[in-house]
Design a protein around this ligand. Structure first.
Ligand SMILES: CC(C)(COP(=O)(O)OP(=O)(O)OC[C@H]1O[C@@H](n2cnc3c(N)ncnc32)[C@H](O)[C@@H]1OP(=O)(O)O)[C@@H](O)C(=O)NCCC(=O)NCCSC(=O)CC(=O)O
Length: 372
């Protein structure tokens, strides 16, 4: 080994700019693989109200049950996958009553179930067996924009670390926020949340400068941005309480999002000086609820069908919080691989969550999807 003063002298011939340049990738971050997974139990939306009122022992509240049935009917959801089943509720009757302490038991179940579900999706996107020196970052409590936030971070990491491959493993389990309806409750957040949320995980591999003949570039990530909707504080909140995680979803949320969507998109596209025509893009929007998709589609003047991938995911799985946009991107991948992008090779991935935070990623269909 050279003496220390020789090492220092050698280091001076290399500038920090050189080191930085050598670390940076040449091309944009690119989605190289996507996969998804769900728990085994599939529950039909038609039967959900019966299940929910039975396992939470709330049959004495028939009016609330009828209301949940009405919401389920309008939800655009046909099925959801869930860890909550008769067995779990039999073992943990305290989950039904959010006044009883149950957070420890919920976290204990989730601490196994969340990584298990993520691990079910991840090998479908990558062969696991990662070195113990692989860097990990955990994001939690982001609500429905968590998956998009993770993809944005993956983009930063991939573009700033030549050769890096980033595995985004996003897993959501609604058990943490599952409890019974409250008698005399005028605030119906609980019913709406229980009509919408489901469980699932999505895994995405992001990297820049794909290796020819080994990797398959699916979507280039051209630009990413985050916007906070003005005066929206408190419109969506999630809070851990002793009886489980409590949700608040403001009644006017679909209107609020639709009223601000153009501004959010202008913030994103204005920053890169691109004037896109919304109709010319493909859309991967977080399907927070059927009415949110309806109103955004209307506000942007999109064709009926522009949100087909989001609607399909909502119908087949419900709102799986942060992981849902990964399912939507996977649906688009399948559609484009089968039918081509029909001229719309630029698109916007969008997700919303507490804040209200709106995240946007400008995507471009990449060579691994075109001509296949
Ligand atoms: C809930 C719906 C499917 C209901 O469909 P419609 O609005 O077309 O039907 P509707 O008007 O007949 O409503 C059916 C019943 O639901 C009630 N209702 C509707 N929206 C409600 C709300 N936000 N809170 C409480 N109750 C609500 C109505 O009063 C009505 O009750 P009655 O029948 O008694 O008159 C829809 O409104 C929807 O998709 N809303 C968006 C849901 C949402 O906010 N999702 C975001 C989740 S949060 C997220 O994604 C991000 C995150 O978590 O971070």
């Amino acid at each position: 080994m050279a003496p220390a003063h020789h090492q220092a002298a050698a280091a001076t011939t290399v500038t920090t700019q050189d080191i930085r340049r050598a670390q940076r990738a040449d091309g944009p971050a690119t989605v190289l693989a996507i996969a998804t997974a769900n728990p085994e139990t599939r529950r039909s939306q038609d039967e959900y109200a019966d299940f929910y009122f039975r396992v939470t022992k709330s049959e004495h509240l028939p009016q609330l049950k009828e209301k949940l049935k009405r919401i389920c009917k309008k939800s655009g959801i046909e099925n959801r996958y869930t860890y909550v089943n008769d067995e779990v509720m039999k073992a943990h009757p305290e989950f039904s009553d959010r006044k009883l302490p149950s957070l420890d038991a919920r976290v204990e179940i989730a601490s196994n179930a969340v990584p298990e579900l993520a691990a079910a999706a991840a090998p479908r996107a990558a062969l696991l067996g990662l070195r113990h020196t692989v860097c990990r970052t955990i994001l939690s409590l982001h609500g429905c924009y968590g998956g998009c936030r993770a993809l944005q971070l993956a983009k930063e990491l991939a573009e700033n670390n030549r050769g890096a491959r980033v595995l985004v493993a996003c897993s959501e389990i609604s058990l943490i926020a599952f409890y019974g309806p409250e008698e005399g409750c005028t605030d119906t957040d609980t019913l709406v949340a229980h009509a919408l949320f489901g469980d699932g995980s999505g895994a995405v591999i992001v990297g820049a400068d794909p290796v020819d003949a080994v990797e398959r570039p699916l979507f280039e990530m051209a630009f990413a941005s985050q916007t906070t909707v003005p005066d929206s504080e408190g419109a969506i909140t999630v809070q851990h309480k002793k009886g489980g995680m409590e949700y608040h979803i403001a009644r006017g949320l679909p209107e609020m999002l639709a009223g601000n969507i153009k501004r959010c998109l202008a913030d994103a596209f204005g920053a890169i000086g691109v004037a896109a025509r919304w109709k010319d893009l493909f859309w991967a929007v977080h399907p927070g609820g059927r009415r949110i998709l309806d109103l955004i589609e209307e506000a942007l003047g999109l064709d009926n069908g522009a949100m087909a991938a989001s609607r399909q995911v909502l119908r087949e799985y419900g709102n799986m919080s942060g992981t849902t946009v990964i399912f939507v991107l996977n649906k688009l991948r399948c559609r484009f691989a089968a039918d081509g992008a029909e001229g719309a090779d630029w698109g916007a991935l969008m997700a919303f969550g507490p804040g209200i935070t709106a995240e946007t990623i400008l995507l471009r269909v990449a060579s691994g999807l075109m001509g296949n």
